[in-house]
Design a protein around this ligand. Structure first.
Ligand SMILES: Cc1cc2nc3c(=O)[nH]c(=O)nc-3n(C[C@H](O)[C@H](O)[C@H](O)COP(=O)(O)OP(=O)(O)OC[C@H]3O[C@@H](n4cnc5c(N)ncnc54)[C@H](O)[C@@H]3O)c2cc1C
Length: 393
């Protein structure tokens, strides 16, 4: 085997691609990990928390523990949440979820993306069988057939492999090179994220309010701040982004109905246009999609990354040794299972966004009734919680 022959090439070492590299190299595969961005050492002692955070479900935490990543992250910092409170602005209805009802300590944890990414890089660095190509990217797919792939990187390096995994995010250049079609839709919404100080403590609770203009989440951070994700209609988002800090804090406190008292301070703000996407095929000959390259959901349920970790988990369970790479049926099995599960999630979250955006009278009454019924039905609530903590499987 020459140095440019691998069992698997992974394009994209984001949180999903790096975890796939670790999982598959642990199974004995020789993996080339290609990442476009240069590595950055992160100062985790910094008091500035990352503006990008993710709600990590217990199922994803177990996957990350299996990879030896969670143990490191926990030593850095994470914030577990024990309750979740959801309500709607036009109605008295709300739903409260509590870990105690599932006899658990927590319903999940809020982790900073850059710390999680750094811990993943560290475990990949120590894992035998992973070779990094960074910064580099897949420039040309020369061959893609049942026997394998041949590709050229931007650096001019040629790689051969039995499988090319596209883990290069929602605009996936590798998906495009393979000619895999993607269906997309815009929600006409923008998500604004920031870390804010509040008058009252967050009580280790994840809060979500559904406004007519979109959902607003307050997620607890280990330093007592809350990470907010305010998804709003594009036009309103522009006003919020342009506001000065005092006006932003005032508007945010009011939109959140002062559940944690006044918002007393804010970090800088970032914004993300929101949309969904899905792919008809997740496998074309020897190119396979995982993570956001394969699916994209509304962040209202905090599941995009969790779905990506479930992709990795199933793939690593199906490809357990090098002879599996010759079995196209394992790759098809992965495609069938993950495609149907994530399609349901994509449509489910779009449906939720639509239901909570309704403003016509008889329908809002029905929605409030539905929320009240769920809140008063302990077994249904437990079932919803169980689904959420198991990444909807
Ligand atoms: C506001 C917001 C809040 C969210 N909150 C949550 C949450 O609470 N919980 C949750 O589960 N999910 C959440 N998500 C979704 C989550 O952020 C994504 O699903 C997740 O980051 C996808 O990870 P990924 O590794 O698949 O893709 P990415 O994070 O996009 O990583 C792709 C990687 O590929 C690299 N790359 C790109 N092109 C190339 C190339 N040509 N060659 C090589 N490398 C390349 C990139 O540099 C990058 O490192 C949220 C999303 C948003 C927008």
């Amino acid at each position: 085997m020459s140095s440019t022959d691998f069992d698997i090439v992974i394009a994209g070492a984001g949180m999903v691609g790096a975890s796939a590299a670790k999982a598959l190299a642990s199974n004995g595969f020789r993996v080339a990990l290609v990442e476009a961005m240069p590595a950055r050492e992160i100062d985790s002692s910094s008091q500035n928390y990352d503006l990008r955070v993710s709600a990590i479900s217990p199922a994803s935490r177990a996957i990350l523990e299996g990879l030896g990543v969670w143990q490191q992250l926990q030593r850095e910092r994470v914030c577990y949440y024990e309750q979740m409170f959801i309500w709607h602005q036009h109605g008295q209805a709300s739903i409260a979820f509590d870990a105690v009802d599932l006899a658990r300590d927590n319903l999940g944890a809020i982790a900073e993306n850059r710390l999680l990414q750094q811990c993943l890089y560290r475990v990949c660095d120590k894992q035998a069988g992973i070779e990094w190509f960074m910064p580099d990217s897949v420039e040309e797919l020369l061959v893609n057939q049942a026997s394998g792939v041949e590709l050229r990187l931007a650096s001019g390096t040629y790689l051969n492999a039995g499988l090319l995994i596209a883990a290069d995010g929602r605009d996936s250049p590798t998906r495009k090179l393979a000619g895999i079609e993607v269906r997309k839709g815009r929600y006409q919404q923008t998500a604004i994220v920031a870390n804010v100080d509040t008058e009252l403590p967050h009580r280790h609770t994840a809060w979500q309010k559904f406004l007519a203009t979109g959902p607003l989440a307050f997620l607890p951070l280990a330093n007592g701040q809350s990470s907010i994700v305010w998804s709003c209609d594009d036009e309103f988002a522009q006003q919020i982004i342009a506001a000065d800090d005092a006006d932003f804090c005032a508007a945010l406190g009011e939109a959140f109905e002062y559940k944690l008292g006044a918002v007393t301070g804010s970090s800088a703000r970032m914004s993300f246009p929101l949309g969904w996407h899905s792919c008809e095929r997740w496998l074309k000959h020897r190119v396979l999609l995982i993570g956001d390259a394969a699916h994209g959901v509304h962040p209202l349920a905090g599941q995009g990354l969790n779905l990506g970790f479930s992709d990795v988990d199933l793939l690593a369970n199906l490809l357990t040794d090098r002879s599996d790479l010759t079995l196209q049926k394992q790759l098809r099995r992965y495609e069938r299972r993950r495609k149907s599960e994530t399609w349901l999630a994509t449509m489910g979250f779009s449906g939720l966004k639509w239901i909570y955006g309704l403003q016509q009278k008889p329908l809002t009454g029905l929605r409030n009734l539905g929320m009240r019924l769920v809140d008063q039905a302990p077994s249904l609530k437990r079932e919803i919680m169980r689904k959420a903590i198991q990444n909807l499987t």
